[in-house]
Design a binder for this molecule. Structure first.
Ligand code: ANZ
Ligand code: ZN
Length: 830
């Protein structure tokens, strides 16, 4: 690809990078310690799953984080920048099965390999704080937290219908079911009833929602996604008596103003009253078959699927408590059991789904809210009318406006004791049980007489059995290992069974950022003093694919940890940067698409600094980065040019001083230097636009080469050049740290570029020179313009013609000619 000649022309990045990596490691350069004399800054990138080797997405994410860390250090902050491994999960089991090895062996060897790769990138981590979540030293504390949460009532067990994949022998989260198939193996999933452990995240729904308002450093789109996921709705919960039965159906509605328009009732197939409602019906079997049918369809479809609405009459009626009307009760496929009360008062005139349903089954449509200036005729309506208006056919509420009516209708239910204001969240409790091997064991014991008993503290951690199981297989799930299961009850001593579920791996990633503050602490999950010192994370950086669950769970855990007394913050991440994807040929780089560029090869060929530079230069962090091999070449060429510039000027080693009086050429460079300091600082500080910061550095370098061009007469003084080189190295050192460290010493410094304070610019020096231009009309001086020295003739002409005084003297006459005498004079002929 590259001829040996151009290759030999390159600086020896390998030697330089190894030298500095070793030096940083030996001196523990990036070790973080609490230090109250400096302001703390905690920058964190989402930790990787140790899949085997790093990919370009990692390079990008970690390069961005490293620039922030290095920049903040130079700005005088005490920076915490840790790294670790999200090390539990299914791929390790699959790999172990395939290679007949153990998930631990596979995982730890991947970690070793990837740590080495990250070190080759020169990332400034405090490696002393490294965490691997599969290590019992980590998950022991997670088990302790689990028990504390259980004792506080934040964790409970319940039976639910789960998505079960027979092939993977595991429960899948809804997000892991794609078109009814397992995301991993593409087999059809089946519903299955199981007992599982749940975190009561819904207890925190309101706080999780309200506190989003304080996250002003998060992208708006992520806040919106979080809000929608929590999905708060306010309205009325009220009871409809079942006609002729001693049963009530509770509904939840966000449109109490439409209550007089109810013409039927829809309940979910799983609704607990269904059985009672239909038993004894003439067509009971038909109804039961229908229920089975829609339940099966439900399993196959994802929430986004548009489904054909269908239902069946139960044979029963219920009574609208507001007007005493009897309406038929249907079982309908679009009513969700998980939401609200699992039953919906149907108002076809004002709800789209109900409208469709009513047309299909020929049910009455009764408009009760009339938008201003409209009439609604049920016979001809083609859609529901979903906007507000004035109430009609609504008894004592006639004439009231929708918003007002909502309140009045709710008040009426409260006064008469059949309903109350109600808030519903879309958010569900977090099911954390997994039936896999490679996860943190849930530290509970089941005793026939004592029920659920937490494993006593002194017996923690409940270690994941590392040996092969009875069958010789190394990663069978715990429920298939009798020797793990059998235990005795900590309370009564009788024979008991260990819980065999392991935790969702999202649990580990929900609090690792806190454990980084005290990774070696052995008394408790967290050292409150240290955690309080460092948290919240000032800048969190990661992929937008984690915008919902990981961030929501981390926020939830932060609040729980606060309530358990471990933390004194409400939110974990003050600022969030979601970086775009790395794409090639129009698609996200991925193994399955076969468009992967391996950073390992790039590092070998160009060096880590070039790879970092490219990933920072090719796009601003929040945008997608399009892979481009010329871009990498360009970055490599740039560094090589800077290298040759510096190394071919031995006079720089003398560290010449800035002359007291600058020549014109010198001033040009001096000005560019200060403009660049300003530009790079602002681009980093305001929005992390490293790409424009880097082009600023490149421009400065171009000016450096042009003002030292031996072909030209005027050359900048050595002192100005020296100052420009110094600034360039400092400004670029967060991005290309090895290169700048080496070049810094190349220009005679014994200090480290890392230890240089971030430069501030001199506003006076950065100012463009101004020129005074005389403007003449018909040969008489009529105005003087102040313009920047580098202005072009066209711009001067425009300025002159639009000048108020000049306009006055042109006085509406036609301008025949405008003559510009370079940088001196404009003559206007009319
Ligand atoms: C009557 C009504 C009339 C409704 C009307 C809407 C418009 P959001 O805003 O998303 O919270 N609903 C309630 N529980 C449901 C369930 N388990 N499955 C499916 N739909 C359910 O939606 C609240 C509305 O969704 C509720 O208000 C209810 O329909 C329906 F003109 O009640 B509404
Ligand atoms: Zn017991």
């Amino acid at each position: 690809m590259i001829s040996s000649q151009t290759k030999s022309n390159r600086y020896d990045f390998k030697a330089i990078e190894e030298k500095w990596q070793q030096s940083w490691a030996e001196s523990e350069k990036y070790k973080a310690e609490e230090d109250d004399s400096k302001e703390k800054y905690y920058v964190l990138e989402m930790f990787p799953y140790p899949s085997g080797r790093i990919h370009m997405g990692h390079v990008r994410n970690y390069s961005i984080g490293d620039v922030v860390a290095r920049y903040k250090r130079m700005k005088g902050y005490n920076v915490l920048h840790p790294m670790g491994w999200d090390a539990f999960g299914l791929p390790a089991e699959n790999a172990a099965q395939k290679n007949n090895s153990h998930p631990a062996a596979w995982t730890y060897s991947n970690i070793d390999y990837m740590r080495n790769q990250l070190q080759q990138l020169g990332l400034s981590y405090d490696w002393g704080r490294e965490i691997a979540t599969c290590n019992a030293k980590y998950y022991k504390w997670e088990q302790i937290l689990f028990i504390e949460m259980y004792k506080r009532g934040i964790i409970y067990q319940k039976t639910t219908t789960v998505n079960w994949c027979d092939n993977c022998q595991t429960v899948l989260a809804n997000e892991q079911v794609i078109d009814g198939l397992c995301w991993r193996c593409d087999q059809a999933i089946k519903p299955r009833k199981m007992n599982g452990w749940f975190f009561k995240i819904t207890d925190y729904a309101e706080e999780l929602l309200a506190d989003l308002d304080q996250l002003t450093g998060w992208p708006e789109k992520v806040l919106t996604m979080q809000r929608n996921w929590i999905g708060k709705s306010t309205g009325l919960a009220c009871d409809f008596q079942v006609d002729g039965m001693d049963e009530k159906i509770s509904i939840f509605t966000t449109r109490p103003d439409t209550i007089f328009g109810v013409t039927f009732m829809s309940v979910a197939a799983e609704h607990p009253l269904v059985d009672t409602l239909i038993s004894g019906a003439d067509n009971e079997q038909e109804i039961r078959d229908f229920i089975v049918e829609i339940l099966e369809e439900k399993q196959q479809q994802t929430p986004e699927d548009e489904q054909v609405k269908k239902g069946i009459f139960t044979g029963k009626y219920c009574i609208n408590p507001y007007n005493g009307e009897k309406v038929p009760v249907f079982i309908a496929n679009f009513v969700l059991i998980e939401y609200g009360t699992g039953a919906v008062m149907a108002v076809p005139a004002h709800d789209e789904r109900d409208f469709e349903f009513a047309r299909k089954y020929d049910l009455p449509i009764k408009p009760v809210v009339i938008p201003e200036g409209e009439t609604l005729d049920p016979a001809t309506m083609e859609n529901a009318s979903t906007v507000g208006g004035t109430l009609v056919n609504s008894g004592q509420f006639d004439g009231v406006e929708s918003e007002e009516a909502k309140k009045k209708v709710i008040d009426y239910a409260v006064q008469n004791g059949f309903g109350s204001p109600h808030i519903t969240y879309r958010l569900r409790d977090w099911g954390v049980s997994r039936q896999r091997y490679w996860g943190a064991p849930i530290p509970m014991i089941h005793c026939d007489s004592c029920g659920i008993v937490p494993v006593p503290d002194e017996e923690l951690p409940v270690m994941l059995p590392e040996d092969k199981d009875e069958t010789g297989a190394s990663c069978r799930p715990l429920h298939q290992r009798p020797s793990f299961i059998e235990t005795s009850c900590p309370t009564c001593g009788a024979k008991a069974r260990r819980e065999t579920d392991t935790m969702d791996t999202f649990v580990e990633s929900s609090w690792y950022f806190a454990r980084y503050t005290c990774p070696a602490f052995t008394d408790a999950p967290l050292d409150k003093e240290k955690a309080s010192h460092w948290l919240p994370v000032d800048q969190y950086i990661g992929g937008v694919e984690h915008a919902i669950l990981h961030l929501l769970y981390s926020r939830f855990f932060t609040k729980v940890l606060r309530d358990l007394g471990y933390l004194n913050v409400d939110e974990p991440f003050t600022n969030l940067l979601t970086q775009g994807m790395v794409i090639k040929d129009g698609a996200k780089m991925s193994k399955s698409k076969g468009n992967v560029v391996d950073p390992h090869d790039l590092i070998q060929e160009y060096g880590a600094d070039t790879v970092r530079l490219f990933s920072l230069f090719a796009a601003p962090p929040e945008k997608d980065l399009e892979w481009n091999s010329q871009g990498v070449e360009g970055c490599s060429r740039f560094l090589n040019r800077v290298y040759r510039f510096i190394t071919s000027r031995p006079e720089l080693k003398e560290q010449p001083a800035l002359p007291a009086e600058l020549s014109d050429t010198g001033r040009t460079l001096h000005r560019k230097t200060h403009q660049t300091i300003k530009r790079v600082s602002e681009n980093i500080e305001n929005n992390f636009h490293f790409n424009t910061a880097i082009s600023g550095g490149m421009e400065l370098f171009n000016t450096m080469t042009s003002v030292t061009d031996p072909e030209k007469d005027a050359q900048a003084e050595a002192g100005t050049v020296f100052q420009a080189v110094e600034s360039l190295l400092i400004l670029l050192s967060p991005m290309v740290p090895h290169f700048c460290a080496e070049m810094w010493q190349e220009i005679g410094h014994t200090s480290l570029v890392d230890d240089q304070p971030w430069p501030s610019y001199d506003a006076e020096a950065a100012k463009e020179d101004m020129l005074t231009i005389v403007v003449q009309v018909k040969g008489k001086v009529r105005s003087r313009l102040q313009v920047p020295a580098d202005i072009d003739d066209e711009a001067i002409k425009e300025l002159a013609l639009s000048d108020a005084n000049v306009q006055r003297f042109i006085d509406g006459q036609q301008v025949k000619k405008t003559i510009v005498v370079k940088k001196k004079l404009v003559n206007i002929v009319v």
